[in-house]
Design a protein around this ligand. Structure first.
Ligand code: FAD
Ligand code: UDP
Length: 403
């Protein structure tokens, strides 16, 4: 991964050193930017400069050893899961995997119970010994059918009724998003199923694993290419005039690219509080959720469960949602989607720039979906036989998980 400074980048690709322009500048060294950069360099032999304003690659999936030597995720827990074998095959060029199935407990009414709600959750909370069929009837009696399901409140109430909604979803969602579930698109809480079996896995995807040596090592392998230069600690807006390139792929916030000229797209941020404890383990699973609105954080993550690392101490992260700070979550609701459509129209008529990734296309995408989006963009570029002018249309339609 040839890491360059601005002076060198402004002279053009270090693979040549003859002052010719880069074929592509890619803004953002997260999944979106790293995958498209690797494909353009390796697949089409193009010279690419990847820029990130952070001092590291990997975007929000960045992991590293903390001061105690424990592997942690700087921006909260990242668990890889997908149903798309094509995406597993692609990423497997850059990493081996550690099998890992994610399990989460929620602290509710003095109990630690599985979330997604399952048979164990119901029996524990209500002091019952139901079997699967009884649990189905139990939930059916509580469910309050909603005719037209539009919001994140509708989805849950329709499935499990008020009481469980309030215990597990309302407080958590209000904290996480600063909005009531009734103000959020149904897609948000639809991510969490309800089960009447004992299956306590958070995800049911066919492939669930962690990169064996961590995400950052996987990104290093991806970007380690003679035709890829990487410029870190650098905001694109501040250097764009000094760089010479044919095409731009922008994986930062789309509203920021356009100077917020149509108004700000709302993003939700998080404050991460990282701690190391002088004990080998804190909790039984990697993540414990705290849906109670009176508790200021949403969840605590203990990384050793994810990584399998042996260490006498353990490192954990508290997540405190907040309005200001790095843009972590696009907020799925109708008025934000409408504003995004106006930015997208602007993007479509901006030649030479393509927007990609969670921030570039304002989509609440998981990692595998972002990889799928980047691979789809690459396919379009490859088929066009030349750099494709800026349009996000085809990429928009893609949902690699096919759910
Ligand atoms: P990012 O990773 O955000 O990368 C964008 C990069 O662009 C950043 O590094 C940023 O610094 C850089 N950038 C932006 N603007 C500029 C600029 N002007 N100049 C230079 N650089 C710029 N997904 C899962 O599949 N499983 C999980 O368990 C999971 N957990 C998550 C937990 C949290 C707390 C969060 C916030 C997200 C989680 N995700 C998870 C989602 C996952 O993080 C994203 O899908 C993925 O990281 C998106 O990749 P990206 O490249 O689009 O964006
Ligand atoms: N959610 C909830 N209670 C929980 C877990 C999730 O209310 O215990 C809701 C909440 O609105 C959250 C959404 O479901 O934002 C999606 O949860 P997920 O764990 O997928 O969120 P992420 O990992 O993306 O932060």
């Amino acid at each position: 991964m040839p890491q360059v400074n601005l002076e060198s980048a402004s002279r053009g690709p270090s693979a040549h050193g003859d002052g010719r322009p880069y074929d592509y500048v890619v803004v953002g060294a997260g999944f979106a930017g790293s995958v498209i950069a690797e494909r353009l360099a390796e697949g089409l032999g193009l010279n690419v400069l990847v820029i990130d304003r952070r001092e590291h690659i990997g975007g929000n999936a960045y992991d590293h050893l903390d001061a105690a030597g424990v592997m942690v995720h700087r921006y909260g827990p990242h668990i890889f899961h997908t149903n798309a074998q094509r995406i597993v095959d692609y990423l497997s060029r850059f990493t081996q995997w550690r099998p890992y199935e994610h399990r989460v407990l929620a602290q509710v009414d003095d109990h630690l119970v599985p979330i997604p709600i399952n048979l164990t959750t119901l029996n524990t909370l209500f002091g019952l010994q139901m079997d699967e069929a009884q649990a189905e009837r139990f939930l059916a009696e509580r469910a309050q059918p909603v005719e037209c399901i539009r919001t994140s409140e509708d989805v849950v109430i329709n499935q499990i009724g008020q009481e469980l909604y309030q215990k597990f979803f309302q407080g958590y969602t209000r904290k996480q998003w600063g909005l009531d579930p009734s103000q959020l698109d149904k897609s948000v809480t639809s991510r969490i199923p309800t089960r009447t079996t004992e299956d306590d896995r958070y995800f049911t995807d066919s492939f669930q694993a962690m990169p064996l040596e961590g995400y950052t090592r996987m990104f290093e392998n991806m970007l380690d290419h003679p035709r890829i230069d990487v410029l870190l600690d650098t905001d694109f807006a501040q250097v764009r005039e000094q760089l010479s390139y044919a095409q731009l792929i922008y994986c930062g916030p789309v509203d920021e690219y356009f100077g917020f000229r149509l108004g700000r797209l709302p993003y939700r941020s998080l404050r991460f509080e990282h701690k190391t404890l002088q004990q080998p383990q804190l909790q039984a699973v990697a993540v414990v959720n705290y849906p109670d609105e009176a508790v200021p954080y949403t969840r605590i993550t203990e990384y050793k469960h994810l990584t399998g690392q042996q260490h006498p101490h353990t490192s954990i992260t508290y997540e405190y949602p907040c309005a200001d700070g790095d843009p972590y979550y696009p907020i799925p609701r109708a008025e934000n989607a409408a504003l995004y459509q106006r930015y997208k129209a602007l993007a479509d008529e901006t030649p030479g720039v393509t927007f990609l990734g969670r921030l570039g296309t304002y989509k609440y995408y998981n990692m595998d979906q972002v990889v799928g989006q980047a691979l789809a963009l690459y396919q379009r570029i490859e088929q066009a036989g030349a750099p494709v002018p800026g349009t996000t249309a085809a990429v928009e339609l893609l949902d690699e998980r096919g759910a």
